[in-house]
Design a protein around this ligand. Structure first.
Ligand SMILES: O=C(O)c1cc(C(=O)O)c2c(n1)C(=O)C(=O)c1cc(C(=O)O)[nH]c1-2
Length: 248
């Protein structure tokens, strides 16, 4: 008779280091689009395109977080997660991260309505973001929480983005960058909470391995957004080019 033994879960340090390895090797800070952006090489139309497309990500984050809350039967976890929805949506008109993103959009020369109506959102960006929301709707909530852990790596990237924008893209009004200033602090809190929940509730080896895969999946989501932006001559670029050709 063979006795089936359940493999032991990783200890906390091993689990943490597996998660960190995924982030360090696959996070979108290394994508050529980000490297070009943070070294001042993007044109105004490319910046506009990034802002208009990233808006689609921003507006879907609270839907993703609401899906996690809906799937989680533990009120102590829901209590921790709930602020993420209002951080982005605000408590009233004119507040919250999405509103800040609209201000960034206006600062780079986009109108409120073209952003709101998603006029410039690329198919690849839509597919990637929708996949993230669907992932949160359909996966066990601790796994969906683990997929948010890219945020562990976001504050450093946002800090260098902020410096790059102030240095290379001075045509953008500094008040347009408030989203990043606020988010550097929020992302640090969010990722700390997400990490504690992941380490506590992904308590079997199977869940731990799935959490590491979830983080890889999320890196792919963010990477695909930038791939789509890199490979497409966007409507924003085309209209700007037409304007340019008319003037010259
Ligand atoms: O600009 C960025 O590079 C970046 C990255 C990430 C991330 O790593 O997931 C987020 C954000 N920004 C962000 O603004 C944000 O609100 C956010 C929420 C989440 C999430 O998965 O719950 N990630 C991110």
């Amino acid at each position: 008779m063979t006795i089936q033994t359940t493999p032991l879960p990783w200890d906390r340090e091993t689990f943490l280091s597996r998660l960190q390895t995924v982030g360090m090797t696959r996070y979108h800070h290394q994508h050529p689009f980000h490297v070009a952006m943070n070294s001042g090489q993007l044109t105004p139309p490319q910046i506009r395109s990034w802002v208009a497309n990233r808006f689609y990500y921003q507006r879907n984050i609270p839907r993703k977080d609401a899906a996690i809350i809906a799937n989680c039967p533990l009120r102590e976890v829901r209590r921790i997660w709930l602020h993420r929805v209002s951080d982005h949506d605000g408590f009233r008109e004119g507040e919250g991260g999405i509103e800040c993103w609209f201000r960034l959009a206006e600062a780079v020369g986009l109108t409120h309505s073209e952003v709101q109506d998603e006029l410039h959102v690329l198919p690849g960006v839509r597919f990637a973001v929708d996949a993230y929301v669907q992932f949160a709707r359909t996966k066990p909530w601790p796994i969906a929480i683990a997929s948010s852990l890219t945020e562990l790596f976001a504050p450093d990237l946002m800090q260098s983005r902020l410096q790059a924008f102030e240095r290379y893209y001075s045509w953008i009004s500094p008040s347009g960058l408030d989203y990043f200033r606020a988010r550097i602090v929020q992302a640090a809190t969010d990722s700390r909470q997400g990490l504690e929940l992941t380490l506590r509730y992904c308590s079997t080896l199977q869940l731990q391995e799935e959490a590491v895969r979830a983080l890889g999946f999320k890196c792919d989501v963010l990477w695909s957004i930038l791939d789509a932006l890199s490979q497409t001559a966007t409507p924003i670029e085309s209209s700007m080019q037409q304007e340019f050709h008319l003037r010259t």
